[in-house]
Write a protein that binds this ligand. Structure first.
Ligand code: HEC
Length: 96
């Protein structure tokens, strides 16, 4: 039953994403990361907060999210590394 619900959620996310590919960074962010990253630092779009993080490079940020950091759970709560990577790319694109 849980599997079915996860599948239904995935299909819904894909539909919301329109023509988007498997990992749509904005969709992952809106669903999984937004609650924290609109409320807590580093906040989405906060250029000053993200500049030193972006400077570490995307791969380092993806690795950090995969491990989890303080209140952030492993993978930031996302389903897999592809989703984490897409969401990190989306954050970077909106925060520099
Ligand atoms: C439970 C809240 C929470 C969720 C959910 C969450 N984050 Fe975070 N995230 C944080 C907090 C808090 C930090 C700052 C951690 C610190 O440096 O103390 C952080 C840090 C980061 C960083 C910087 C990592 C670093 O090395 O400093 C990135 C990138 C990031 N989050 C991306 C994401 C992405 C992408 C998602 C969704 C897939 C996500 N986060 C979900 C709370 C969250």
């Amino acid at each position: 039953m849980k599997r079915v619900m996860i599948l239904a959620g995935t299909v819904a996310a894909l539909m919301v994403g329109g023509q988007a590919a498997a990992a749509d960074g904005k969709a992952v962010f809106d669903k999984t990361c937004k609650a924290c990253h609109m409320a807590m630092k580093p906040k989405m779009g906060d250029k000053a907060a993200w500049a030193p993080l972006i400077a570490q490079g995307e791969a380092a940020l993806v690795a950090s999210v995969m491990k989890g950091k303080k209140p952030m759970p492993p993978k930031g709560g996302a389903a897999n590394e592809a989703d984490v990577k897409a969401a990190v790319e989306y954050i970077i694109s909106q925060s520099k």
